[in-house]
Write a protein of this length. Structure first.
Length: 251
């Protein structure tokens, strides 16, 4: 899964019956635009700069996209589509995990991949520029993230509870809303600056604190085997790890 999350499949889903050559050209354009948007922020990128990155004429670029706003919309749509497909594949496969270790390994790898992706995006000008210059797109992004979180956390909790990893006396609708509230209000570059922590450090701390109260003894023992979950670590150890790192959010 690349940083922006643009694949041929994710573009194809948004182009329907478009000729293959045109789809490939649009994919290349969106890749180049995504790189520039990540590097400088969408509001600071011009269409001619996208064309220059591809050694393409502006006329050819405008054949596929009528404006930079359309390019940006398509970059975000393709990224969200790729994330949706990634998470759907992950969630559909959870019930077929051969044992508890396999289940937690799948969860761990998915969390690791997503946290690295989020950390990279928060460090770039991309998301801050979207929030500032394109508030309607920012709102769409937040709504999409909310849906993905509600769906994925509910699915994980349901399967973990069935396996005896999470307690059965907890209301997991409430737990999921608590998790969502924390992510929406804390997983933000501004909070990283205030706390002098990276996105991954904040995420790891949230995982430790939130799951500490819902794990069964079995879940705590199993979780300690998987670094990305941080479920077997004490909060003190996680805090020491956060303080030791020198990598912070960008201002």
């Amino acid at each position: 899964m690349n940083t922006i999350g643009i694949t041929n499949d994710s573009v194809q889903e948004n182009t329907h019956d478009e000729p293959k050559a045109d789809t490939l050209a649009r994919t290349k354009i969106l890749h180049a635009a995504g790189e520039l948007f990540m590097e400088f922020g969408p509001s600071r990128v011009k269409m001619e700069e996208i064309a220059e990155r591809l050694a393409m004429s502006k006329k050819t670029l405008y054949k596929h996209f009528t404006s930079k706003d359309e390019v940006l919309h398509c970059v975000i749509d393709a990224s969200q589509c790729e994330i949706h497909n990634f998470m759907k594949t992950f969630m559909d496969g959870l019930p077929s995990a051969k044992d508890d270790d396999d289940f937690l390994q799948r969860v761990s790898l998915t969390i690791e991949s997503l946290s690295e992706r989020v950390a990279t995006m928060w460090r770039s000008p991309f998301m801050k520029d979207i929030e500032r210059a394109y508030p309607h797109l920012w709102q769409e992004f937040m709504e999409s993230r909310r849906h993905n979180i509600l769906t994925s956390v509910t699915t994980i909790c349901k399967e973990a509870k069935r396996r005896g990893i999470l307690r059965d006396d907890v209301n997991y609708d409430l737990f999921t809303l608590m998790y969502l509230h924390c992510v929406e209000n804390i997983m933000h570059p501004r909070m990283g600056n205030e706390l002098a922590m990276t996105a991954k450090q904040i995420f790891d701390m949230l995982m430790t604190i939130l799951f500490a109260g819902v794990l069964t003894p079995k879940g705590r023992e199993l979780g300690g085997r998987f670094r990305a979950l941080n479920l077997g670590d004490s909060i003190d150890n996680n805090d020491n790890s956060a303080n030791a790192s020198q990598s912070h959010f960008t201002a």
